[in-house]
Design a protein around this ligand. Sequence first.
Ligand code: ACM
Length: 261
Amino acid sequence: MRVALVQTNPEFGEIKNNVTSALSLMESVQADLYVLPELFNTGYNFVDETEIEQFAEPATGQTSLPLCQFAKKRGSFVVYGFAERAERVFNSAALVGPSGTIGVYRKVHLFDRENLFFAPGDRGFPVFDLPIGKVGIMICFDWMYPESARSLALKGAQLIAHPSNLVMPYCPDAMVTRCLENRVFAATADRVGQESRGGIDLRYMGMSEIVSPSGEILQRLSTDNEEIAVLEIDPELANNKKINSRNDLLADLRADQYSPH
Ligand code: ACM
């Protein structure tokens, strides 16, 4: 599976331009799966609910169309973050492929001010059995809850697609542990740049990366530049959960011992 990390620098509210510039990066490499950042089309630093109302769109809305066209033309799959207009507004990531939109994940663990604008996802963590491998999705701050990656691993994910807008410095190194403790690949696609809006200043740290099931950082991008990198991985490596002859990570789980009571 050739996995592309698409690291962008969206301009707040400029959906058309942000999609076009992500697509122009994507056109420059051939991959089986392209992973884009969280809210890559709108930007992240929303000031109030009116803006969310203005920029949210359904999973099959204006952003999905050019990405579905790209996926069809390339025979590829794309995971991208967007503000989803449904019965409420969710911080979501869609998976599209050559035949159109395949599925949507709604962010379960909302970070900080996201709680003012988005409803928390309540459909769990999805894994999609694609011809290129089994791809699960979580979004940014979900990394802070080991249960997110664990749920995806238990459902058979070989690679976790992880659209992000990282503002705290811990995630790129923490993903090493998430991968190691689940023996999965992860592709964290972050954005770069700065957004100063409504008196709130956010700086995004880039460092998009692909980490292996043995916790090796196979690729890490810069802290400041829009860029794309493509890396070939063997998703089957994630099927082996044995770390020695006596320990199989998932088979050895002791769910009965983890209750807080
Ligand atoms: C984040 O979840 N965007 C920090």
